[in-house]
Design a protein around this ligand. Structure first.
Ligand code: FAD
Length: 465
């Protein structure tokens, strides 16, 4: 006997479970099918556990520098790696249980199984690959997420070639590690493992680390990493790995020529690809492109009644994007009047130290789009709060349109950058201009004053520069 719902969501990551809750709030009878743990990658093996690990790294750094704050700590910091990992796993577990509670609270039926489309309006639940139950609904949301991409010559074996899940759940700290790819995930793990005591080499094919960020950010963060002792090889790539010996022998192409490196493990952090397989997409004729389900601005696929949100619908692969797509998707299904998501106003964050956060256009992109721009930069060196807390690295860089003062982009490198960026997101959403940013009274002393000062710098009116 099939069970009937108004909406079936496949996958309970931040896309799927949020879509389900919003749909339940709107009065729909909702089912969620999840083959793994509630919370998806984000809560279980992504955003949350990595931030827990990074907190341990940050504390290790702070304690090592305690003397700068007039505090004496006897002896070197001892890293209990297993305890660090255990804490991160506990945090993840707790968050996943929180989603379970939310499902119950919103009267959402949760099915623990793999799901595949079994025709229009029909979802088959599978055990060991075999269907055992059917759910029916006029609307089916695919929220199956993404998984790490692999380089063809460097298959993830989970022993010597790791993916991010191996890196956040390792039972032992490797002495040396090569990280391939300096996007947010590679950069965060480089900071974490370095602070745990691992010798880290970070390889990036582009000229700067975090290549999607404004060039100034990647360059400055690269300098901080080198100061820590993390080796950075930009404009470089791995061309081969040999895992036959006790260590991994990696061959690298660098601007200085070919080089080999012996490390305990290689972490592959070269991006993700959508989970589009075994979902019955082909049979139903659902269009896919470059490892993602193709959708319109309301997350509708080309097949009526089938939608896709979050990582499976392609970039930007971010939890907050997945959640907002989920909300919009079901609000549109419910017939609410909604605006499409503004993909130009999506913040991106990297939680290393100094942190990186940005929203809107980079300076280069603004110029390429033909804007006449005003750029303002305020270094945390000149911020009283940054001096007081002992974190003067980095800066705020803002980009405004010279004509109307529209806030085109904000790029922050520094302590708490990932918290500060929401000011720019909100101001841009409210169409605040340079004038509002400069004249909004910011509390003193705060790091957020640097945003106000950077805006003033763009107008040639910075006070503390
Ligand atoms: P997912 O979270 O991937 O959830 C998809 C769910 O679908 C999974 O639980 C999966 O088991 C389930 N599923 C798949 N197929 C089926 C099926 N056939 N049947 C039933 N269930 C199925 N993003 C940020 O915004 N900030 C960060 O700091 C951040 N850090 C990250 C760190 C790491 C190490 C990684 C790997 C990712 C990070 N991300 C971060 C990205 C973020 O985790 C993803 O963008 C987000 O989880 C996408 O949400 P989603 O709901 O689309 O998919």
């Amino acid at each position: 006997m099939a069970q009937n719902f108004d909406l079936v969501v496949i996958g309970a990551g931040p896309g799927g479970y949020v879509a389900a809750i919003r749909a339940a709030q709107l009065g729909m009878r909702v089912a969620v099918v999840e083959k793994n743990k509630l919370g998806g990658v984000c809560l279980n093996v992504g955003c949350i556990p990595t931030k827990a690990l990074l907190k341990s790294a940050e504390i290790a750094y702070t304690v090592r520098h305690a003397q700068e704050y007039g505090l004496r700590v006897e002896g070197p910091v001892q890293v209990d790696f297993q305890a660090v990992i255990a804490r991160s796993r506990q945090v993840a577990e707790r968050m996943s249980r929180g989603v379970q509670f939310l499902m119950k609270k919103n009267k959402i039926e949760v099915f623990s199984a793999a799901a595949r489309l079994d025709g229009k309006g029909r979802v088959a639940l599978l055990r060991d690959g075999k269907p055992f139950e059917e759910l029916r609904a006029p609307h089916i949301v695919l929220a199956t997420g993404a998984r790490p991409r692999e380089l063809p010559f460097m298959r993830i074996d989970h022993r010597k070639i790791w993916d991010s899940t191996d890196a956040l759940s390792a039972s032992q700290r490797p002495d040396s590690m090569l990280i391939v790819g300096a996007g947010a995930i590679g950069v965060e793990f480089a900071y974490f493992y370095h602070m745990m005591g691992t010798r880290v080499t970070l390889v990036e094919i582009m000229p700067t680390i975090l290549p999607a960020e404004d060039e100034d950010i990647g360059r400055e963060l690269g300098k901080s990493y080198q100061k820590y002792g993390i080796e950075i090889l930009t404009e470089s790539s791995v061309t081969a790995v040999d895992t036959s010996g006790p260590k991994v022998k990696a061959t690298l192409r660098t601007p200085q020529g070919e080089r080999t490196l012996e490390v305990d493990v290689v972490l592959s952090a070269v991006g993700v690809t959508g989970n589009i397989e075994n979902l019955g997409l082909e049979e139903l004729g659902v269009r896919v492109d470059k490892g993602a389900v193709v959708v319109d601005e309301w997350y509708r696929t080309n097949v009526e009644g089938i939608y896709a949100i979050g990582d499976v619908a392609g970039p930007p692969w971010l939890a907050h994007v997945a959640s907002h797509e989920g909300i919009l998707c079901v609000e549109k299904i419910a017939g609410l009047e909604v605006e499409p998501l503004d993909y130009d106003n999506i913040p991106g964050c990297t939680y290393c130290q100094p942190q990186v956060a940005s929203v809107g256009l980079t300076e280069k992109a603004a110029r390429e789009r033909g804007y006449d721009i005003r750029v303002g930069k305020f270094p945390f060196q000149a911020s009283g709060k940054a001096a007081a807390i002992g974190h003067t690295e980095g800066f705020v860089k803002v980009i405004f349109d010279a004509r109307y003062g529209e806030w085109l982009g904000c790029h922050i490198l520094g302590w708490d950058a990932t918290e500060l960026i929401s000011e720019a997101v909100l101001a841009r959403k409210a169409e605040g201009t340079i004038h509002e940013v400069m004249r909004a009274v910011h509390p003193h002393p705060t790091l957020a004053e640097a945003i106000m000062e950077a805006a003033a710098a763009a107008a040639g009116e910075a006070i503390h520069l």
